[in-house]
Ligand binder design. Structure first.
Ligand SMILES: [Zn+2]
Ligand SMILES: [Zn+2]
Length: 327
């Protein structure tokens, strides 16, 4: 197999060739057709998340076909088109797993963080955490759904059903969730970095009724807001933008420190919540609505060997939509 490998935090990924991995009991091997580049990959590569597996193959937005099956895998056969998400494995026994909150499992494994991921030609996955995908479909266009779409979906659910929805940071997740929210009949208020006219035009194209920069006040109070950008200063900005009883959801795994803010912008029963990981149920729900919404993703494909360039473009905010690696 060929892969892009992180040897130590902060170092560029290096291209390596290794013997093909073999699935053990309960595992499948997926021949990767496309793997999206998620902001979480940046946090992993930059050492902002603790204790990654090292050396590590990053990547957790994987689309491909099963090409080898281990013992005791009944449900999935060779040739099946599947997606491999961030949630790689859970313990099934902790209080969270037993309570329908496997996203909060005490002993989880995460694809492309604590187990090898999809910046490669092949990946091994626990068969129970793999999502079957429709036989036909564009692999590159599907890859961003595996995290930007799924975590975006979970954050939208947690934001509640308010009509007026603010989205802070209009990247891979927001461009998918804007389409879902429009389909649900919501109004989208898109906030980008100051001066990001291209980002605001992109949001308008996807149906945003208003766009502005993140310190702008929207024309009317919002019911809820989701923060996708990893910028703590957006938390007080979003709290100021929502109405009494409104909710602000932080959708990222890592954020810069939140500056102190006056209590009055949280008062009146405003709520602030974070979203962590996903459950398999989120995946089932989300992939059921994907064809109904007719989600179209905007992607830029990079050859696997140019993964460092894709990460740099994401870091610099040069992308609209999502970067996807193709082996
Ligand atoms: Zn657990
Ligand atoms: Zn992700």
């Amino acid at each position: 197999m060929r892969a892009m490998v992180l040897e130590r935090s902060g170092a560029p990924l290096s291209f390596v060739e290794r013997p093909d991995p073999r699935p053990t009991d309960g595992e499948v091997r997926v021949r990767v057709a496309a793997c999206g580049v998620c902001r979480t990959d940046l946090h992993v590569v930059d050492g902002e998340l603790p204790n990654p597996k090292l050396p590590l193959i990053p990547g957790h937005e994987i689309v491909g076909r099963i090409d080898m099956v281990g013992e005791r895998v009944a449900a999935l056969g060779i040739g099946r088109r599947v997606g491999v998400p961030w949630l790689g494995q859970t313990c099934g026994r902790c209080r969270f797993c037993r309570n329908g909150q496997e996203n909060l499992c005490d002993r989880p494994l995460f694809t492309g963080y604590t187990r090898d991921g999809g910046y490669a030609t092949h990946v091994i996955a626990d068969a129970r955490y793999v999502f079957p995908l429709p036989e036909r479909g564009d692999d590159v266009a599907t890859a961003p759904l595996l995290c930007a779409g799924l975590i975006g979906w979970r954050s939208l659910q947690i934001a509640g059903d308010g009509k007026k929805l603010g989205l802070y940071g209009f990247g891979a997740a927001a461009h998918i969730i804007a389409q879902v929210a429009r389909w649900q009949g919501r109004e989208i208020f898109a906030f980008t970095r100051t001066g990001d006219n291209a980002g605001q035009a992109f949001a308008k194209k996807l149906g945003a009724c208003w766009t502005g920069s993140s310190d702008d006040t929207p024309p009317e109070p919002l019911d809820c807001a989701i923060i996708y950008a990893p910028v703590g200063a957006l938390v007080p900005a979003a709290l100021r933008a929502v109405r009494k009883g409104g909710r602000v959801v932080c959708a990222g795994i890592h954020m810069s420190d939140i500056p102190s803010f006056p209590y009055e912008i949280l008062w009146h029963e405003r709520e602030l919540k974070s979203v962590a990981n996903l459950t398999r149920q989120d995946g089932e729900d989300f992939f059921t609505i994907v064809p109904k919404v007719g989600i179209k993703t905007e992607t830029t494909a990079y050859p696997l060997r140019r993964a460092n360039e894709a990460l740099a473009d994401l870091r610099a905010g040069r992308l609209h939509g999502a970067a996807v690696l193709v082996p």
